[in-house]
Design a protein around this ligand. Structure first.
Ligand SMILES: Nc1ncnc2c1ncn2[C@@H]1O[C@H](COP(=O)(O)OP(=O)(O)OP(=O)(O)O)[C@@H](O)[C@H]1O
Ligand SMILES: NC(=O)c1ccc[n+]([C@@H]2O[C@H](COP(=O)(O)O)[C@@H](O)[C@H]2O)c1
Length: 400
């Protein structure tokens, strides 16, 4: 018989002849705890630098993080001028228009997809791909360019928090589900570990002047990012400014552009309680490999790294094969700005690579479930990446 089933059984820890554990008062409490710098980020991530305009002054001393609040940047209904059937800046004639159908995005998603009892965030309804709403278009010429704000929250939903915009710079050739997941991982990390509220997320595809193998023309990469954002997310946007520049633009300057558009031109994000505008923190979202490139000679200028990490900040998604935390400890500039860097652990590893996607396409292999269907269709229609070899028919020929 199992002795623990005996009604007179005494657990070993309560047996009289065993010395009881030391009472709490005997635990020395004066030994300083050495915090692990990267694990200690939480609320310590630097607040944004204050905006020059008077009314965007940052208020201090508010209870900033104790109350849990929704991680959803905002409800669909709160989106200002959300993308609709109206297409804007449609000067690129070789890009097909989605059919115009009268669907109210906001409610159609919730009503059609979600029974009211299911607690799923409205921003995370993944299967928007077949909803034939229009796609918010970016200009294809610099002179027609407007900064996209259709999903930028106009105010904070939690006034105790500080606004944050996440910017991902990269090739996105093509954009994949990993690139989309990076933002969701960042959103979770920011909501759970910091005093910030994410008010928008932007992709900034690099221009065609960036000499990297496998780079499709910028207008295609921007368009694929737009399809991915508008068809699979309710809060992500694409900014074509960097891609439209006549020359390659360093990442530090790209972040300056976001700062100018959001904080200087628009004065930040409104605090509903006071009516004041708060300066919005802007952070670069990057994978571990990109961060490690910061340690390679002649890739990044030191002054740019100070600018990016000191003035803005970085959200780093760990990547298989890169030891980000050790790298941060070893890199002087990174270490100096460690309080402005948040490392995001991938709890479900995703290592989808654009390079492999391009290879699969060249070899006629399926890429389905690695990137959004609308992006696969776009690649097929524009015969991208497969160097005259036919792409395996993974999707119907139906145009977007
Ligand atoms: N598997 C991954 N894990 C974490 N971050 C990633 C991963 N793949 C890409 N990223 C990040 O996504 C961003 C955009 O990546 P980018 O398109 O420039 O390169 P890539 O995805 O590695 O594509 P390529 O294969 O063409 O080099 C970068 O910050 C990069 O570090
Ligand atoms: N000095 C710089 O500003 C610098 C250097 C290397 C990469 N980057 C940026 O990083 C992103 C990804 O680059 P890779 O695809 O080469 O990893 C791109 O947006 C690129 O512009 C910037």
């Amino acid at each position: 018989m199992d002795p623990t089933n005996d009604p007179n059984f005494t657990p070993p820890s309560l047996a009289r002849n065993i010395e009881p554990p030391a009472p709490p008062s005997r635990i020395p409490n004066h030994i300083p705890i050495q915090p692990f710098v990267l694990a200690d980020l939480g609320n310590a991530v630097d607040a944004p630098t204050s905006h020059p305009s008077k009314n965007s002054k940052i208020e201090d001393g508010k209870n900033n993080s104790d109350n849990y609040h929704s991680k959803i940047p905002r409800k669909h209904g709160d989106l200002s001028n959300s993308s609709s059937d109206e297409e804007v800046n449609t000067t690129n004639s070789d890009i097909q228009q989605p059919p115009s159908v009268n669907v109210t995005r906001t409610n159609s998603h919730n009503n059609l997809v979600l029974p009211p009892t299911i607690q799923v965030r409205s921003s995370q309804i993944a299967d928007l791909e077949e909803v034939p709403h229009g796609i918010q278009r970016q200009a294809v010429k610099l002179e027609d360019y407007h900064f996209p704000t259709h999903r930028l929250a106009t105010s904070l939903s939690d006034d105790t928090k500080y606004p944050l915009v996440i910017v991902a710079c990269g090739s996105f050739s093509p954009i994949t589900y990993l690139h989309l997941r990076m933002f969701e991982m960042a959103l979770d990390a920011i909501s759970e570990q910091t005093k910030f509220e994410v008010v928008a997320g932007y992709y900034s595809p690099v221009s065609s002047n960036y000499k990297k193998q496998g780079l499709a023309p910028a207008r295609h990469r921007v368009r694929m990012c737009e399809l991915a954002c508008e068809r699979t997310s309710s809060w992500l946007m694409v900014d074509a400014w960097e891609s439209l520049q006549p020359k390659y633009t360093r990442t530090a300057l790209v972040l300056d552009h976001f700062n100018e558009e959001i904080n200087i031109k628009r004065g930040g994000i409104v605090n509903k309680l006071t009516g004041e505008k708060r300066a919005c923190k802007i952070m670069l979202l990057a994978g571990g490999d990109l961060i490690e490139s910061m340690g390679e000679p002649d890739v990044w200028e030191d002054q740019d790294l100070h600018h990016i990490l000191g003035r803005y900040g970085c959200l780093i998604v760990e990547r298989t094969g890169s030891d980000v935390r050790s790298f941060l400890l070893s890199h002087d500039i990174m270490y100096e700005h460690r309080r402005n860097v948040l490392v995001i652990k991938q709890l479900i590893y995703n290592d989808i690579s654009s390079t492999k996607i391009r290879l699969f396409i060249r070899r006629g292999m399926s890429v389905q479930y690695l990137l959004p269907n609308s992006v696969i269709r776009y690649i097929q229609q524009h015969k991208l990446y497969y160097d005259s070899e036919p792409v395996k028919q993974v999707m119907s020929d139906k145009a977007d």
